[in-house]
Design a binder for this molecule. Structure first.
Ligand code: PEP
Ligand code: MN
Length: 375
C-alpha cells in the first residue's frame, strides 16, 4: 500500500506526526518514506511494506496527512504503474525535464578522447540548440586490453567545456561506486558548471551493490541500461533496486538484445518494448540506437539503419535518445564504426522531431477512437 501525503506536508506538522505514529504501529508493516521535490511542490510518499493485505484503504485515507492511498502490486512497487495510480512520471534535473511525454536527445562521444573532439561535439550541440550530451570517461570493455576510458583525469576539462557550451546534463557511465565521488568532487570544485546523469551499462544491470550505492544518493539521476541477456522483468527489477534505496529519478534505456538472430545488427533492436515499459512503469524510456544497430550501414532509401531504428523508438513514444557521434570516427578510441558525423546532426534532429510530433498525432487518432466508442 502507498499513502500519498498532501503536497508540502511538513515533517513538523502535527498531522504528519499523528499519521506516522499510526502507520509505524501497524503490526507486521514496515514504513519507507520517499520525498519527491517537484518544480512547484514537495510530495511525500509513504510505502507500507510487509503484511498489508488486511489494511483498509479508507482507513489509511482518513489519516490527517494522507491525501490518498493506492494499493500497489508486488512488482516494481515504487517505479511501477498501479491500479488507480494517477501519479506523474518523471522529474526535473538541472533545469531539464524528463518525463514519459517529452523527449531529450543525448548525442555525444561514446568515449572521451581528446579535448579537440569534445570541443567540436559540444560546439555542434550548442549550434543546434541541444543542452544534453553523452561522454564516456569510464568504459567497461569486453577485452581487458582495450582502452578503458580516461577516468577521472578527463572530468575537469569535460565538465568545463560542457559549462562553456551550455550543456546542462552529461550522461556518463560509471562502473564502480567510487566514480560517484570522483564526479561529485570534480563538479563541486568547478562550481557545478553542468550536471551529470549516472549511466549503468548493460554489463552492470544486475550489479546489485553498484545499483544500491547509486540508489543511496539522490544528487544525480540515473540512466539504467537494459541487461542484454536477461528478461525485461529482470531489468525492470534492477531499476526498482535504485528506487528502493531512495533514488527514483531513473530513466530506463533499451539498447538491443544479444543474440545471433539480431544480425546483421550488433544486437536485436528491442524498441517495440518502449510502450511496454511505459505501461508497466512510470519511468521515462530511452533508446540507444547506436549500441543496438552498431554500424553505419544504410538501406537503398539512403537512410542509415541507426536513424531508422531511432525513428522506430521515437515514433513509439521514446522520451530520450542516447546516440554516438564523432567528428572523426576513424580516430575514435571506442565504437567509431557506429558513430554518426557532425554534418548529420541537424538532419538527424529534424528526423527525431518529426517522429516525436508524429507520435503525438498518433495518440490523437486513438483518443478520437476512444471518444467515438463512449459516445
Ligand atoms: C555505452 O552506452 O557506452 C555502452 C557501453 O552501452 P551498453 O552498456 O548498452 O553496451
Ligand atoms: Mn560504445
Amino acid at each position: 500500500m502507498l499513502a500519498i501525503l498532501h503536497p508540502n506536508t511538513s515533517l513538523d506538522d502535527d498531522a504528519y506526526r499523528q499519521t506516522m505514529h499510526y502507520l509505524e504501529n501497524l503490526p507486521g508493516v514496515s514504513v519507507r518514506v520517499h520525498e519527491i521535490q517537484g518544480a512547484s511542490q514537495r510530495l511525500t510518499e509513504i510505502y507500507l511494506l510487509g503484511d498489508t493485505k488486511s489494511l483498509d484503504k479508507e482507513e489509511i485515507e482518513a489519516l490527517p496527512a494522507v491525501e490518498r492511498a493506492i494499493r500497489i502490486s508486488d512488482d516494481y512497487r515504487i517505479l511501477g504503474r498501479h491500479r488507480d495510480d494517477r501519479r506523474q512520471s518523471g522529474f526535473t534535473y538541472n533545469g531539464v525535464e524528463f518525463s514519459q511525454s517529452n523527449l531529450n536527445v543525448f548525442a555525444g562521444l561514446c568515449a572521451v578522447d581528446v579535448p579537440e573532439h569534445v570541443e567540436m561535439m559540444m560546439q555542434a550541440l550548442e549550434d543546434n540548440g541541444e543542452v544534453c550530451t553523452r561522454m564516456g570517461a569510464y568504459k567497461p570493455r569486453t577485452n581487458p586490453y582495450s582502452f578503458q576510458g580516461h577516468g577521472k583525469g578527463c572530468l575537469p576539462w569535460v565538465f568545463e567545456k560542457a559549462g562553456k557550451h551550455g550543456i546542462k546534463v552529461v550522461a556518463m557511465e560509471i562502473t564502480h561506486e567510487s566514480h560517484i565521488e570522483e564526479i561529485d568532487t570534480c563538479l563541486e570544485k568547478l562550481g557545478r558548471p553542468t550536471g551529470v546523469m549516472l549511466q549503468v551499462g548493460t554489463r552492470n544491470t544486475q550489479n546489485f551493490e553498484l545499483l544500491k550505492a547509486i540508489g543511496r544518493q539522490s544528487t544525480y539521476p540515473v540512466l539504467l541500461k537494459r541487461g542484454f541477456g536477461i528478461t525485461l522483468n529482470e531489468s525492470l527489477n534492477a531499476a526498482e533496486y535504485l528506487a528502493s534505496e531512495g533514488n527514483a529519478n531513473v530513466i530506463f534505456c533499451l539498447r538491443g538484445m544479444k543474440t545471433e538472430a539480431g544480425q546483421p545488427h550488433r544486437n536485436m533492436v528491442d524498441f517495440a518494448h518502449v510502450p511496454a515499459v511505459k505501461r508497466l512503469t512510470r519511468m521515462p524510456v530511452c533508446v540507444d540506437p547506436s549500441h543496438s544497430v552498431g554500424s553505419r550501414e544504410k538501406s537503398p532509401d539512403g537512410v542509415l539503419d541507426v536513424m531508422h531504428a531511432t525513428a522506430q523508438g521515437v515514433i513509439a513514444g521514446a522520451n530520450m535518445v542516447l546516440v554516438d557521434f564523432h567528428p572523426k570516427p576513424e580516430k575514435a578510441l571506442v565504437d567509431g564504426p557506429q558513430a554518426l558525423l557532425m554534418n548529420e546532426l541537424p538532419a538527424y534532429l529534424e528526423d527525431i522531431r518529426l517522429c516525436h510530433d508524429t507520435w503525438k498525432k498518433r495518440q490523437a487518432i486513438y483518443q478520437r477512437l476512444k471518444g467515438e466508442a463512449t459516445e
